[in-house]
Structures are given as structure tokens and as C-alpha cells.
Write a protein that binds this ligand. Structure first.
Ligand SMILES: Nc1ncnc2c1ncn2[C@@H]1O[C@H](COP(=O)(O)OP(=O)(O)OP(=O)(O)O)[C@@H](O)[C@H]1O
Length: 485
């Protein structure tokens, strides 16, 4: 099994990578058969084994939360299986990806040094100073300092786009031209485009990189027409070795700007120069866009970015905590797992919103975010949660419990009686009784047609257990808060 969350992991030398993969494939096949497939996928599905330059082996999880879960619930079995299948019986340690990145920030997967230092060469945006003057410019116009590859967290939702972006950034040959990244708002398109620009300038300071938003393109184009500096505008753009245009959908329907962009694109691609766009939809769906321009976009390499899944949202939060810690002189901040899980479950509409929630907590309490409990975090974020109060249904409860316990909703309703399923089912019944106004028979019906006495037994059992089992009490608390919002 390969590691999905590859960014930064390649900082470790991969000697004997195929052999390690084969051993891990055997161990993980055994693990998968011993736990439910969903549980495996939730916590170990994106883990991989890596070896560092000193020959030490690590099982690497995409997030610290996954690492903690594996340590608590599966580590002993993982190491048993590892030594059973590894002919050399080497020791295996457990790390999260962020831990390893902090320990060994050496090379990124494109083989370039990381993190990229501030580029010496300028980003030549429109109306920027001449190259020689801009050489000394401290910041590249239009680019955001923090949007780099080392701050971008890859995951299944964006890994194709991420790997294409890295290839474009290192000027590697053989790629489609143009490249179009598309996806819903707030899931990293601008971040990737900025990261390409920073890395491309670092890798090849002599080449000309132009980054601009479609809005800026439009404004500059209109101004150039009014000032009669149209030819200079065209020349400037057509001198780019790499042209990056963000939010190209913005110029759909703006006839003369589209035409200009079409001619620029045609001129650059004919000449073998690179062009990269982002859009909020796939080129096919940019129906208001000029047909010629649209067909040029469709002919390129079209990479979709999907909304981040829960594991990726957790990974982004952990990475963001590291970033937020730096100005405070800390190698990284931490937060309690239940707080991070709450954020990841509650702020799902965009990564921008998720980051905003974490920023709010850190802005309010600074380093004390590490000690913040769920109650306090929710109190701080209450204004952001307002309006989200909703009626809780048994279906909501089943879905949340299934996700929390790493199983399918169907398992909760099924006939299966083994404890791994029975306890979460009882917890879900307790939540249904506590958080809804449904009667016991009604709840029983929604849990696969069970009798009301079964529900009553479950409610009493959970009520008793939560007094003596702190893990169960925490699970119920997390689920209740998540469902209540
Ligand atoms: N995979 C990721 N890793 C780290 N940060 C991310 C990731 N995805 C999104 N973000 C962060 O989320 C925020 C929003 O991302 P970005 O601005 O790139 O979104 P976008 O898709 O361009 O949205 P829009 O269409 O509104 O321009 C940024 O702060 C960005 O750093």
C-alpha cells in the first residue's frame, strides 16, 4: 500500500521501498480482516511505512489523531504482524506525518528543497516594475506568502491536482498544456496556484512567471485599452514562460477580455509556454464562456479538487496549528483531539471556514488553545455556530455514531451482535432517546425493527456504563455536541 498523504513523507529515503510496501501490504491485509473494513479505512487506510536515511522504519499516519487511535487500539497488533511478515524483523515506530515533517524537512516529492526560500526572482505581474527593478522586490505582487507547497496538505480529495501542480512547478516536460484546476470554493485552488508560482520561481529564477486573478486580468485589459497601451499589455503577457490565471470563470461572458485571453493562450501554448488556470467548475460547465476559449481549456489537463474529507480536514488543522505556533516562537501548537474533531466535523463547507474557526480560537486564547476543552471551544465559537441549530433525527444520530466509531450506518441497524457493533449501537440508541422526542418503540423500529425492551435495555446499560467508562462518556459527549452543533 502506498501512502496517500505523500507530501513531506518523501523527505525520508525510500531504500527498499518495494520490499517495505510488500510487508506492509501483508500486515495491512491481515489487519483489515481482523477489524471492520470501515474502521481500517478510517484509521489505517491512509497510513504507510517509510524508512529514513538512518534505516529507521516508521508507520506514518496522515494525522496525529489517527496516530493516537492506532496507538490506543491497534499498535500492539500492528507490530506483531510487522515482525511476523518482515524477514529482518526490524523495529517499527509510529509517527504522524506532521511529526516526521518537523523532524526532517529535507526534500519534497519533486526532489526540490523544501520549504522553498523566498524567491530571488520577481513575479512579474501586470504593470509590475521592469525585471531588473523587481529583482529587489521583497514580495511578489499578487502572491500570498503562506500559500506554498509545504503548507498545502495533500489527501485523496486533491492528490492528483497536487501531483500535477508539483510537476508544473518544477518545469517538467511532457504535460498537457494548459492545466485547469477546478473545484468548489475554499478548497485550495488559489493555494495550489500560488504554490506553483513560488516553486517555479525558486526552481528557475531566470524564467518569467506571471500570476494574476482573472479579475485583475480584466481590469488591466480594460485599462490598457483606455490608455492605448494594449500592445504593451499583450507583449507583457506573451513574454511569460508560465502564466497562472486564478478564477478564470470570472471573465466568462466578458467578450473582449475572453478574446484577448484566447489569443494569449493560443500564442503561449503554440510556443511551448505553460499556462495554468483555476475555475469554480470544469471547463465543460463554463457554459457562458466563449466556445473557442472553453474548448482550449477542455483540451488541456483538467484536474478536479474535491471537498476535503474528514481525515484531510484534521490534517489541515494540525498543519495550521504548526503554522500558528511559529510567530509565538513554538515549534507547533497542539489542541485536544476532541476540539479538533469537533472543528473538523462542524466546519465542513470549506477549508477557509475551518481555518477561520481555528484562527478564532487561537486569536482568543493564544497558546492556551492547547488546554482548551470542548466546552470552552464551543463557547468561543458559538457566534459562528448560531443559526445552525437544527432538529436532530435518528438518522443524523446513526450517521454521526457510525462515522465516530468507524463503521457503516447499516452495521448499527444490522443483526450483528458482536461487541464492536453492539456497544456503538447501544450508544446510538441512548443518543436517540436523549436527543430526540421519539418513543422507545419508534427508536426500536428505526434500529432494524428491534423491540422497545431492547432499546430500554440499551439506554439503561449506557446510562450505567458512562459513569464508569470515561472513554464512553467522552464519546457520548463528543457525539452530543456534534449533533447539537
Ligand atoms: N489542502 C489544503 N492544505 C492546506 N490549506 C488548505 C488546503 N485547502 C485549502 N486550504 C486553505 O483554505 C483556504 C482557502 O483556500 P483557497 O483560497 O486556495 O481556496 P479556493 O479553492 O481558491 O477558493 P475560491 O474559489 O474562493 O478562490 C486557504 O487559506 C488555503 O490555504
Amino acid at each position: 500500500m502506498t501512502m496517500n498523504y505523500s507530501g513531506g513523507m518523501t523527505s525520508l529515503a525510500n531504500r527498499g521501498g518495494g520490499e517495505l510496501e510488500a510487508v506492509w501490504a501483508k500486515a495491512s491485509a491481515a489487519l483489515k480482516s481482523e477489524m471492520s473494513q470501515d474502521t481500517f479505512n478510517s484509521w489505517l487506510g491512509q497510513a504507510g511505512v517509510r524508512e529514513n536515511a538512518a534505516g529507521e522504519l516508521y508507520l506514518v499516519t496522515p494525522t496525529g489523531i489517527a496516530r493516537d487511535w492506532v496507538r490506543r487500539n491497534a499498535w500492539r497488533r500492528v507490530t506483531e504482524l510487522w515482525s511476523q511478515y518482515d524477514p529482518q524483523r526490524r523495529a517499527l515506530e509510529l509517527r504522524s506525518r506532521a511529526e516526521l515533517d518537523t523532524a526532517a524537512p529535507a526534500q519534497d516529492s519533486a526532489g526540490a528543497a523544501s520549504p522553498a526560500p523566498a524567491p530571488k526572482a520577481p513575479l512579474q505581474a501586470l504593470a509590475s516594475p521592469a525585471a531588473e527593478e523587481a529583482e529587489t522586490a521583497p514580495r511578489a505582487p499578487g502572491l500570498q506568502e503562506r500559500f506554498r507547497f509545504d503548507t498545502f496538505v495533500p489527501g485523496p480529495a486533491n492528490e492528483f491536482a497536487h501531483s500535477v501542480a508539483k510537476k508544473v512547478a518544477c518545469w517538467s516536460d511532457g504535460h498537457f498544456n494548459p492545466v485547469v484546476f477546478h473545484g468548489p470554493y475554499g478548497f485550495g485552488k488559489t493555494h495550489l496556484l500560488n504554490a506553483i508560482a513560488w516553486e517555479a520561481m525558486r526552481a528557475s529564477p531566470g524564467r518569467k512567471v506571471i500570476y494574476l486573478t482573472a479579475e485583475r486580468f480584466l481590469q488591466s485589459f480594460v485599462r490598457a485599452m483606455m490608455d492605448r497601451t494594449g500592445p504593451a499589455f499583450k507583449d507583457e503577457l506573451r513574454a511569460a514562460d508560465l502564466l497562472l490565471i486564478d478564477d478564470v470563470h470570472f471573465i466568462a461572458g466578458k467578450q473582449s477580455s475572453q478574446e484577448e485571453l484566447y489569443h494569449t493562450l493560443a500564442a503561449l501554448t503554440q510556443d511551448g509556454r505553460r499556462v495554468v488556470f483555476t475555475a469554480d467548475r470544469a471547463p465543460n460547465d463554463l457554459t457562458e464562456m466563449d466556445a473557442r476559449l472553453r474548448s482550449h481549456l477542455q483540451a488541456g489537463l483538467v484536474c478536479g479538487i474535491e471537498p476535503a474529507d474528514r481525515t484531510l480536514r484534521l490534517g489541515i488543522l494540525e498543519r495550521k496549528l504548526v503554522q500558528l505556533g511559529r510567530p509565538m516562537g513554538q515549534p507547533g501548537l497542539n489542541a485536544r483531539p476532541e476540539v479538533l474533531q469537533f472543528l473538523a466535523d462542524r466546519f465542513t463547507d470549506s477549508v477557509r471556514e475551518l481555518e477561520g474557526a481555528l484562527n478564532t480560537l487561537v486569536a482568543r486564547v493564544g497558546e492556551r488553545v492547547e488546554a482548551l476543552n470542548l466546552d470552552e471551544a464551543q463557547a468561543i465559537l458559538r457566534p459562528h455556530l448560531r443559526g445552525a441549530e437544527k432538529r436532530i433525527t435518528v438518522d443524523d444520530i446513526q450517521k454521526a455514531a457510525a462515522e465516530h466509531y468507524g463503521m457503516k450506518q447499516a452495521d448499527l441497524i444490522s443483526e450483528r451482535r458482536n461487541r464492536a457493533v453492539a456497544r456503538p449501537r447501544q450508544a446510538a440508541m441512548w443518543l436517540a432517546k436523549t436527543l430526540t422526542t421519539r418513543s422507545l418503540p419508534d427508536i426500536g423500529r428505526r434500529f432494524g425493527g428491534r423491540d422497545h425492551t431492547t432499546v430500554l435495555h440499551a439506554v439503561r446499560r449506557i446510562e450505567a456504563l458512562r459513569q464508569e467508562d470515561p472513554q464512553l462518556a467522552r464519546d457520548l459527549e463528543v457525539l452530543t455536541r456534534k449533533l447539537r452543533g
